[in-house]
Structures are given as structure tokens and as C-alpha cells.
Design a protein. Sequence first.
Length: 171
Amino acid sequence: MNRQQILDLPSMPLAGPSYPAGPYRFINREYMVISYETDPELIRHHLPEPLMPTAQPIVHYEWIKMPDSSGFGTYTETGIVIPCLFGEEEVSFVSQMYLDIEPPISAGREIWGFPKKYAHPKLEVVKDTLTGTLEYAGQQVAMGTMGYKHESLAGNGVKTTAMLTKTQVNL
């Protein structure tokens, strides 16, 4: 294998790259997002410069089930997103992410700069309740629940587009 062949690989290791070359598609994603108010000083502490807190001290904790992701398999991720300001622009700072398989962890960190770590997130329906959990180092560290299908964003393109098109900021 020559130098150019090595440079043309999508990722390492040579004999079995962690993820394939793009383009990438993420289809039929399922989300549960819990938004909560917190101490403004905690938000300020967790935002890197030059990001600034918004007037509302809100944090989003999200679970995402990714059942059909090209080259990455089926996986679940969870993490914290902090709405903030970059100058005058409202952006979302991705603070922490936890995933249950290696290919999207490597790709997320190497391609897009997402702060991803290995853990055991789950998003599942337990009887009539949508349940998200995060187990890290053998301990349950996060849990969220809500009634299953009480509100659907399907067909509400304006609200869905607004939620998914805000600029995300990573370190």
C-alpha cells in the first residue's frame, strides 16, 4: 500500500476502517428531547469562549435512536445540548454525547468534532411510556420518560425544521 492509498482511506485501521467513506445518510431517526431550566452560572461555566448564555437558562437532554445509518449500523446516542449565542447568532453547543457502538463515535469525533464517548444509552417504549436511559461505568446516570405518542411532530414541517436547522457548535 502506497502513501496515497493510505491517505485515501476513510479512517483507520488500514485493514478494517472504523467507518466507510461518505456520503452518509441517517434515516428514520427517533428523538426524545427533555428541556429544562437550570442555574445560569452552570451554563456559563460549561460554555467555551466566545459562546455566551441566552437570556433563558435552558438545557436540552436528548436521546436519539438511529436505526438506519449508512456505514455506521444501528445505534442509540444521548447527550446534552446548550442553547447559546455566538455573537448575535443563536446556536446550540453540543456539550456531551454518549453512544453504544464505535463506528459513529469515531466518525463523529474525527469528521464533525462531536464530543462522543462510549456508554449504554437506550430509547425504548416500555408499555405506554417512552423511556430514555443512560448507563455509564455500570451506573444509571440519566433517565427521562414521557407518554408515548402524546404529541407528534410528523406533518409539522415548520416546527421540525426550526428545531433541526439551528447551527451546532463543537469544540
